[in-house]
Each structure stands twice: as C-alpha cells, then as structure tokens.
Design a protein around this ligand. Sequence first.
Ligand SMILES: *Cc1c(COP(=O)(O)O)cnc(C)c1O
Length: 366
Amino acid sequence: MEDTLGSSYLNFTVGPVMMDPQILSLGAEPLPYFRTPEFSDLMFRNEAMLLQLLNADEGSRAVFITGSGTASMEAAVASLYGKEDKVLVVNGGSFGARFAQLLSLHGIPNTQIVLEPGKTLTREMLDPYEGKGYTGFLLQHDETSTGVLYDMNLVGDFCLRNKLFLTVDCISSFLADAADMKQWGAGAVIVGSQKAIALPPGISAIALNGEGVARAEAHDAGSLYLDVKVYLKNMERGQTPFTPAVGTLIQMNARMTALLKAGGAHAAVREVRERALYFRKSIEQLPFDIFPETPANGVTALAVRNGADAKAIFMTMKDKHHIFVCPNGGDLEHKVFRVGHIGVISTDQVDRLVAALSLTLEELAK
Ligand SMILES: *Cc1c(COP(=O)(O)O)cnc(C)c1O
C-alpha cells in the first residue's frame, strides 16, 4: 500500500510525535471494559504518576479529559475562573491567543499582555499590573507557535505577591522543560498526550493544587462535558464521567511507568535539551536564525535567512525527503518553520534531518 499519510516518515513536529515501539504495540491490543476496579486502579496510578512528574504539592489532584489539549484549556478556563475574576493572560502567539479567546467566550474579564512573536515576557511588562486587583493569571510555559519559553520564576513571584490564581499550559513543555508546580505556586497545570510524553492524541489532563480543587468545586462551569468538578468527583473512584480514550490511558500508564523508572522528569527533560542543543549546533552553518528570544527545549523555530521560503522547505522536506517539520501560520508562514525535539528520536535521525534540510535548501535554490 502506498504510504500517503506518512507512517514511515521521520516526524520532527510538535505532535503527534514518534513513539516508542512498545507503546505503539500496546495500541494494537483489545480494549478492556473500563467501569471496573482494575481500570480505576490504573487511573489512580496515572494520577499519582502525573502529579509526581509535575512535582505537585501534597493534596493535589488530577483529572483526565478525553479531548485534545484545547479541551483541557477550555475546561480550566470555564471551571476555575468566573465573572467575578479579573484575569491577566499572556498572548505571545497562537496558544496564548486561544486562552484569551476562551476567557472572553466564557465571559471572564481579562486583560491581554500581547507580545511580539518570538519575544519573551519581562519584569517591565508585568510592572503595570502590580497591585491592580487582578485575581488570575494564565499563560503557556512554552508558547509552541514560536517556541518561546517564559520565565516561570518571574511569573510565579508575581502571582504570589499579587495573590493571583495561576494556570499554566504545559502542553508542549511537560517532560521537555522542567515543570515544578510547587515551586511556581501554580494552581493548575495542563498537559496533553501527543506532545513530549509521546502518546497518541486524545487525552489531556489538568493537575490542580488544593486551591485549584476548591475553585473547581465552587464554580459553575456552564458546560456539561468540560466541568472539572464532575471529573474530580468521578476521579474519587478512579473513573471519568464519560467514556474515556481507554487505550490511550493504558498507554499513558505504561509510558509514565517507564519514564519514572528511567529517571523521571529530570532525565526526560535532559534528553530533550541535549537533542535540541545538538540540533542547534548541527545547523549553525545553515542560513537559519533561531527565532525566539528564549528558546524552549521542545521545539526550535527557525527564521530563514537567504530568501528561501519556509513553507516551501516544509513541503519539500515532506514530499521529497519524507520528513515532517512544522510549518508556521499567519504572518510567519513564509519566514519561519519549526523543528520539534520531542518524542522518541535518535541522534542518527537528527543527522538525517539536518542532511535533508541542507539538500532541501540546495534544491530550492536551483
Ligand atoms: C499543542 C498545544 C495545545 C493544544 O493543542 P491541541 O491541538 O488541542 O492538542 C495547547 N497549548 C500548547 C502550548 C500546545 O503546544
């Protein structure tokens, strides 16, 4: 059969990413019925492992939602904030813009801190909002659209000083850059299955500290499917309110078990960082500039220097070299593309990627 969807392609995107063969073969197993004590046990272990990987406080809880990362972003916005809140949201790219859109959609008063693409959040940008009666703060850890990693110590201190309830979208940074709920003082952290944890898409999760749990329990989410308190209630018995992506949750259990055995979040983050640094060193001779001010480990956004078209690079890499990189959208479509460093990737595969990028540039220059 002709491989038109690319199951044999190398995948250097930000999700779905290349997976461990053992996790892939688990995906071929028949699925069990899930309203059982055995499946509840698996869910309790999933919750405990996720909280451990995020260094969550004692008393923290986690809920698992069947839906991509955006489902958990919407559940967090709708369930943890209300009309009585006054929220700051960092909009540094398409995912920050999505948080802002969700806040407005759910009628939550908000102020956007809009950043130029690729720029990072600074102390000076937060100063005007000091002591102004804000109650909440939302941002990405890694704004994946441009690969900017925000300074979470800066944000955590600001939120602690001003008593803001902090929600962090760690969907692309979880297991790629160090996440520490306790140190950040984060009330809620969102993760997704198809990014650095390298599972199929379909599951996202929200980890909540005690205050996050209290907020969810006190709010009317105005949504049937995305009400976090209903997930919390069901999770007391290791269950979900609706049929979950059973297979992905089983794969998630196997993946987290293996990651914890192999050194936990520290080891996972170190591996992604080393791969990112190796890649960035390998392309030093190519006409690319690293686009973001403060690059995250999980992805490198590259601005193309010599007039080559970023979109054409993506297409040529896909069609001629059978390698997926990530195109950008909007104003950056022809100027910037992204290379992911998450998933199960060998050094040899990175070398093949760099060689193909080099050939692609030659081909496009003809
Ligand atoms: C991928 C991603 C999301 C969610 O995207 P989905 O397509 O809904 O899974 C949200 N935020 C960030 C930072 C992401 O990288």
